[in-house]
Each structure stands twice: as structure tokens, then as C-alpha cells.
Design a protein around this ligand. Sequence first.
Ligand code: 5GP
Length: 194
Amino acid sequence: MKFLEDRIIKDGVVRAGNVLKVDCFLNHQMDISLFQEMAAEWKKRFADKKINKILTIEASGIAIACIAATAFDNCPVVFAKKTESLNVDGPVYSSKVTSFTKKRTYDVFVSRKYLNPGDRVLIVDDFLAVGSALNGLIDIVEQSGATVAGLGIAIEKGFQGGGDSLRAKGFQLESLAIVEKLDAENNTIEFRKE
Ligand code: 5GP
């Protein structure tokens, strides 16, 4: 999506270790008009998917998912919680996620009350790198018997492979910007050509 690529070029900062910092518009200070454009784009791409629930993971996915829900009839948004030791009241679905930026493994969980077999779930997140977060969320949806109706990502780092392996498994993955190369020395960013 051109609008997101333009914004990444304008405001993104490349950090060592293949990290792209976009915290002035995506995951610290948040540009709600941009989120609304992203939501409208996902609505177009998932128009026929009968989505009735959006699932994300705390923390950065939550705001994006809430604005996305406004394009899907204000459907409920559920976020997977992270905890280092799984010690929660009530039955939950859980999975393990390794954080790309923090290099730690967490249990993530969702209460069984909030995912049901009839649900058609759009999974949303800010970034996709190697795919640990998305795979954890997919695992949780599949445990519940609900259907993964689509995957909506703001920025995919295509060179880290997570996206292509999910496409190969048959998921409809719609990333609004796909970065192919990050150069921290020169602060340059290259996008995947269509
Ligand atoms: P994955 O699980 O696909 O390896 O990484 C995705 C998660 O790691 C996202 O939820 C995101 O929060 C974080 N992440 C991965 N790469 C980056 C990055 O380059 N910049 C930022 N800000 N977060 C990232």
C-alpha cells in the first residue's frame, strides 16, 4: 500500500538487527487517520470473508485492531495476553510466542469464553517478522475450533520469511507494506515489488 510505504519512508528509522522503528505513527504515538486507511484497505481485501471477530496480541496490536473493527461492523476485538508464567483464573487457550524484539518466550493466552467454533476471525498485528506471534495466534484460534478467516498485518519484513511460509500454508495474508531490505547504516528501506 503506497500510503503506508510513503509514511515508513518519511518517518521510519532503521535500527541495527533488522529492526524498523515506527513509533512516531504506529506503535507508540499513533496516527488514527492512518489506522483508518489501513482498516478500509483490510475491509476491501477481506470483503467476502464474513469476519465477526478480530484477534490481536498485546500491546501494539490492540489499537490497530480496534480501529480495524470499525470497518467490520464494530465486531468484538480480543487480544491475547502475555504472561511469563501461566497462572490465570478460568479455562484458557494458550500458545508460546518468542518476541523478535525482546528475544524472550512468553505464554500467550485467551479466555475460552471469547473464541467459539462459529467465529470467523481476522488476526491483526503491527509487524510480521519470522511469524512467531502470528503462528501463536493461529494456534489459539485453531484450538478453539474457530476459523482463521484472514491475517492482516501493517508491516511485514518479507526477508525474514514468516509471511511467505504462512502464504504457502494457504492463509490469506494481507500485509499493507512489505519491506525487503533494511540498511541501518544509511537508513534506507526497500519494499517488495508487486
Ligand atoms: P514475529 O513474531 O513475526 O517474529 O515478530 C512480530 C512481532 O515482533 C510483532 O508483534 C512486533 O511487535 C515485533 N516486531 C518484529 N519486528 C519488528 C520491528 O522491526 N519493529 C518493531 N517495532 N517491532 C517488531
